[in-house]
Design a binder for this molecule. Structure first.
Ligand code: HEM
Length: 452
């Protein structure tokens, strides 16, 4: 549910909370009862309470899932549990979170470094190349193969996901409350847009699933999510009520790309931006890498343990920007209470992650970008319990480990190996580095070309 555009609803909730002087606010939007919790204690209570683990069944959720309410993100109950467990188990067995995934990410990174080198001395906007590389990591996990950078399918998928994430709010906006708007203003209300995106995304993945069906054998690589799912479908084909079918597989794939693509690449873009905005922070990161990684080494997820300042920097990026400002929507699956208030079954609940990340009472100076807040005097990582970037509890982000690995490898390596003539394996961080900087008069980021 990691949509990017919770910003608008989050801003409205901030104003309401300020006006009413409360960290829990309730409202009725159309027929939907909505509660938004904005304080850490209430958010934590909702995240961990079993009664808040449902997802609403509203017009927007139906529209987002082509009327099916399938997949993982928009489902709940035993169906959600079965399907989420399958994907989690598959990812674990395929080496997700372990060496196999790190190697795949490192390969993707090598490609990225090649792209930078090919640009020679031209300025470069990381956002234009990072998203492709992140999407390709997911594509390989799902289909077993990467898409060559020059294949226009990759660029089409990246633009589709970017447009989609800009267009929608987690609440579904006015269309969710006034579904009849689709008849009178189908373009303005965004109705046609969602349908177009869905159609294009489905058209995008269907041929790949069909191709997997045709080529499936019992020996097909079980590292590939589509093959693993087809295998499960075949094993269960005699079960009268099986939930494993092509449509559900398609919706799972959509969930992975929609929830993971923009969130991960935007976090990386922001990390690059902040290294430019704060050259002193960039210098500290560089100094730490120089002192702790072998000059020839390819950065690896495990290296984060040797690089506490860099780890603190990434945590601060997640806190400062709150990529998911408003988490949700959740649905109460029974009558329950929150911070002493009674909530009836089927209430929609949102959680203000950005408010938790920006609470002055806890952070002291939340508006200041300061990685040091996550380090103690002994340079150990501390103070993370109120960082909710990936949520918490049973519905916490399914892709957290994957996203974190992408942050690590890409940030560490791309930042320091982007000089012409260097390669991931052959570059001395110390000899090559010069600060990332803005190109005069423009918003482009210019990776360093060290002539020394
Ligand atoms: C910076 C990157 C990411 C951030 C900040 C992020 C954030 C989140 C958050 C906060 C949730 C919890 C929603 C809730 O509690 O209701 C979530 C759920 C989810 N995320 Fe991520 N996510 C990221 C990357 C990814 C990636 C890479 C994947 C793909 C594998 C992914 C797949 C999912 C899915 C499928 C869910 C729904 C889980 C469920 O409802 O059970 N996310 N994400």
């Amino acid at each position: 549910m990691a949509a990017q555009n919770g910003g608008m609803l989050a801003n409205v909730c901030d104003k309401l909370a300020e006006y009413h002087g409360s960290s829990v606010i309730g409202m009725k939007l159309g027929r939907e009862r909505i509660v938004v919790c904005l304080g850490y204690n209430e958010v934590k209570e909702a995240l961990l309470n079993e009664a808040f683990q449902g997802r609403p069944d509203n017009f927007f959720i139906r529209l987002r899932t082509l009327g099916t309410r399938l997949g993982i993100t928009c489902t709940d109950g035993p169906f959600w549990h079965e399907q989420r467990s399958f994907v989690t188990r598959h990812l674990r067995e395929a080496g997700y979170g372990r060496q196999a995934m790190h190697i795949q990410i490192q390969n993707e990174l090598q490609e990225l470094v090649n792209v930078i080198q090919d640009r020679n001395e031209e300025p470069l906007w990381p956002g234009s190349i990072l998203a492709n590389s992140v999407i390709n990591v997911f594509w390989t996990i799902v289909t077993g193969k990467r898409v060559p950078r020059e294949d226009d399918r990759l660029q089409r998928l990246v633009s589709l996901l970017q447009m989609r994430s800009k267009a929608f709010d987690v609440s579904g906006g006015a269309l969710n409350q006034l579904p009849w708007l689709r008849f009178v203003a189908p373009e303005w209300s965004g109705y046609n847009l969602v349908r177009r995106f869905n159609k294009q995304l489905i058209e995008f993945f269907t041929p790949t699933i069909e191709e997997h069906h045709r080529s499936f054998t019992e020996d097909s690589s079980s590292d590939d999510l589509i093959y693993a799912y087809i295998k499960e479908m075949r094993e269960r084909k005699d079960e009268p009520e099986t939930n494993f079918n092509d449509l559900q597989l398609t919706m799972i794939i959509l969930d992975i790309f929609i929830a993971g693509g923009q969130t991960t690449s935007t976090t990386l873009d922001l990390a690059f931006m902040m290294m430019i905005v704060y050259p002193d922070v960039q210098a500290k990161i560089h100094e730490e890498i120089d002192s702790n990684l072998a000059p020839e080494a390819t950065p690896h997820y495990e290296d984060r343990l040797k690089l506490p300042y860099s780890e603190a920097f990434l945590l601060e990026i997640q806190r400062f920007f709150s990529i998911v400002p408003l988490n949700g929507p959740r649905r109460t699956t029974s009558d329950c209470t929150l911070a002493g208030y009674r909530l009836p079954k089927d209430t929609t609940v949102f959680m203000g992650f950005r408010n938790v990340h920006m609470d002055p009472e806890h952070w002291g100076d939340p508006e200041v970008f300061r990685p040091e807040r996550f380090l103690d005097a002994g340079r150990n990582i501390v103070n993370t319990e109120r960082l909710l970037a990936f949520g918490q509890g049973k519905r916490r982000c399914l892709g957290e480990t994957l996203a974190r690995s992408c942050f690590w490898a890409h940030r560490a390596d791309m930042a320091w190996n982007s000089s012409p003539g260097s390669s991931v394996h052959g570059c001395s961080h110390r000899a090559r580095w010069a600060p990332l900087r803005l190109v005069p008069g423009g918003s482009l980021v210019n990776p360093p070309f060290d002539r020394a």
